[in-house]
Write a protein that binds this ligand. Structure first.
Ligand code: PLP
Length: 480
C-alpha cells in the first residue's frame, strides 16, 4: 500500500499495518517522545498499535525536544538518561556551549528544522545540555513535557503569551511576587491582556470572574511574601468545570515539595533560580506541562489541538513563542541547574527543617510579632499545607517588628544572615519586601498586596540551625 509519510509517498508491503508498526518499519528514533498525526489528526499513544493504516493515508510525526518508573523522585533525577549518551562516557552531561549543529546533508538539516528528527539545530531553540535538565525534571515529575527558560519571569511570560491574546483575561490575585504583578499589570496589560484579581482563598470569588474570554487561573502555591496558600483542588474543580487552564507558580514549592498533577494543576511555572539551581548559582525558569489540559478548550490554541493533541502547548512554545521571544536558558546555567537538581531533595529537607525550628523560636520571642510560616499550627493555612505539601512547608517565613526603622535596625544588626534579594539560597537571607521588591508601589497598593512596612522576610538556608537562631536572637535583643 502507498502511505504518505512526512510529505513523501512510501510503498509499504506489510499489511495489515498499524501506526506503531509503521514507526517500527521506518526506524523512528525515540518513538515514545514523538507526536504522531494521521490525516492531520493527533493519534493518542495508546491508540498507536490499534490504529490500522489504509492506502493513501497521510502520516506525520514531529519532535519538539525537551520531552522523555516506579523509582523514587531523587533516583529518577539522578538516573535520567540524556537524548544521546556522551561519547566519552561522561557521567555528568557536559556543557554544550555551542550555537550550531552540523548535519551530514541538506535533507537531514531540513528534517531537523521540520521536527522530523530528534536533533538540535540551533541553541536558541534547543540544546543538549538544556534538554538534559528538561528530561531530568520530566522524568522526576512524570510530566508530559518540560521547557527550561532564561528565568522564572521568562517562564511566566512565555506561558501567558502562548495561551492568551489581546482581549483575553486571566484570573489571579494581587498577592503575588512583585515582578509577576508588574508583568501582568503593566507589560502584558499594554498588549491587551486583562487581569482580574480575586481573593483566591475564596475560590467562589475566582469562579464569579470567569467569562468566555478567560484563559486561565494563575496562583502561587505559597505566595511571596504573604505566604498564603490557596486550595489547589478547589481551584482545579472550577478550572475544569469552566474549561480553563490552572497554572501554578510553584517557585516556593518546587517538585518534590508539591506534586502539582495530583492537585489538578495543568501547568507549573517556576523560578529554578531558587531551590533547583543548587544555591543561587544561576538564573533560570521552567514550564512543566502535566499533559492534563484539553487544548481544544482554549480558543487561541484550538486550531492546533486537533493536530497536536496534548503536545499543543509544547508545539506553540518551541516552534513559535519560546523560539521567537528568545528566552532560552544558557547551556552554562542548564549545567549548573542540572547539578543543583541532583541534591534538590536534601537541600529542601534541610532548609524546611531549619525554617520550622526558626519559626518556632520566633513564635516564642517577645520581639517578633505576626510570625508567619505555614508549618506553624497557628498559621491559618497550616491544614491546607499539611494536605498539599510533602510534610514540609518551604524555606520562607516572615515576621513583623514595630516599624520600618526597627526592621532596618534588625537587618543591619545581623552578623551571619546575608542582606540579599533572593529566596531558597543555601545561605539564610533577609529582606524588607516593602522597600525593595515592592518599592515601586504606593502605600495603598502595598496594603492591597499584603505587604506591610513592618514585615521582614527570611529565606532560611541549610546552615547549622543554632547559628541562624543565635544571629536572629542577638539582633532582636539589640533593638531596645
Ligand atoms: N515567581 C516567584 C514566586 C518568585 O519569587 C520569583 C523570584 O523571586 C519569580 C517568580 C521570578 O523568578 P526569576 O527571578 O528566576 O525570574
Amino acid at each position: 500500500m502507498k502511505i504518505i509519510v512526512n510529505g513523501k509517498e512510501r510503498e509499504i508491503l506489510a499489511a495489515p499495518l498499524t501506526v506503531a508498526g509503521l514507526l517500527k518499519i521506518l526506524n523512528v528514533e525515540r518513538p515514545d517522545t514523538v507526536s504522531v498525526q494521521l490525516n492531520g489528526e493527533f493519534v493518542n499513544k495508546e491508540d498507536l498499535d490499534k490504529t490500522l493504516l489504509k492506502d493513501g493515508d497521510e502520516v506525520e510525526f514531529l519532535y519538539f525536544m525537551g520531552g522523555g518508573s516506579g523509582k523514587g523522585f531523587a533516583t529518577r533525577i539522578l538516573h535520567a538518561r540524556p537524548l544521546k549518551e556522551d561519547p566519552h562516557g561522561s557521567l555528568q552531561m557536559p556543557i554544550y556551549d555551542n550555537v550550531a549543529f552540523e548535519f551530514k546533508d541538506a535533507e537531514e538539516l531540513e528534517a531537523a528544522f521540520l521536527g522530523r528528527k530528534p536533533a538540535h539545530a540551533y541553541s536558541r531553540i534547543s540544546n543538549p545540555t538544556v534538554e538534559y535538565l528538561e528530561i531530568r525534571v520530566k522524568e522526576a515529575t512524570g510530566a508530559l513535557a518540560v521547557m527550561a527558560l532564561s528565568s522564572g519571569m521568562a517562564a511566566i511570560s512565555n506561558l501567558v503569551v502562548a495561551i492568551a491574546g489581546s482581549g483575553d483575561n486571566i484570573i489571579t490575585t494581587k498577592h503575588l511576587f512583585g515582578n509577576t504583578y508588574s508583568l501582568f499589570e503593566k507589560t502584558l496589560k499594554e498588549w491587551g491582556l486583562q487581569v482580574r484579581y480575586a481573593d483566591l482563598a475564596r475560590p467562589k470569588e475566582a469562579e464569579s470572574l470567569v467569562d468566555p474570554k478567560t484563559k486561565a487561573i494563575f496562583f502561587e502555591t505559597i505566595t511571596n511574601p504573604q505566604l498564603e496558600i490557596a486550595d489547589a483542588k478547589a481551584l482545579s474543580r472550577i478550572a475544569k468545570d469552566k474549561g480553563i487552564l490552572l497554572v501554578a507558580d510553584t517557585t516556593l514549592t518546587p517538585p518534590y515539595l508539591f506534586d502539582s498533577a495530583k492537585f489538578g494543576v495543568d501547568i507549573e511555572v517556576l523560578s529554578s533560580t531558587k531551590y533547583i539551581s543548587g544555591g543561587a548559582t544561576s538564573v533560570g525558569g521552567l514550564i512543566i506541562d502535566n499533559g492534563t489540559f484539553d487544548w481544544s478548550k482554549n480558543s487561541k490554541l484550538k486550531p492546533d489541538a486537533k493536530k497536536f493533541g496534548p503536545f499543543t502547548l509544547l508545539n506553540r512554545l518551541r516552534r513559535e513563542v519560546y523560539r521567537n521571544i528568545g528566552a532560552a536558558m544558557s547551556p552554562q546555567s542548564a549545567f549548573l541547574q542540572s547539578v543543583g537538581l541532583e541534591t534538590l531533595c536534601l537541600r529542601v529537607d534541610a532548609s524546611c527543617a531549619n525554617a520550622l525550628r526558626i519559626a518556632r523560636f520566633l513564635e516564642g520571642s517577645k520581639k517578633a510579632a505576626a510570625v508567619n510560616y505555614p508549618g506553624l499550627e497557628a498559621s491559618p493555612y497550616h491544614e491546607l499545607a499539611v494536605k498539599q505539601f510533602n510534610g514540609i512547608y518551604g524555606g520562607i517565613l516572615t515576621f513583623d517588628l514595630g516599624s520600618k526603622e526597627e526592621c532596618f535596625r534588625f537587618i543591619n544588626g545581623l552578623k551571619l544572615i546575608r542582606r540579599a534579594t533572593n529566596i531558597n539560597d543555601n545561605r539564610t537571607l533577609v529582606l524588607h519586601p516593602a522597600s525593595t521588591i515592592f518599592c515601586e508601589y504606593d502605600s495603598r497598593l502595598k496594603k492591597e498586596m499584603g505587604v506591610r512596612e513592618t514585615m521582614i522576610r527570611l529565606s532560611i538556608g541549610i546552615e547549622n540551625c543554632q547559628d541562624i537562631i543565635e544571629d536572629i536572637k542577638q539582633s532582636l535583643e539589640a533593638l531596645r
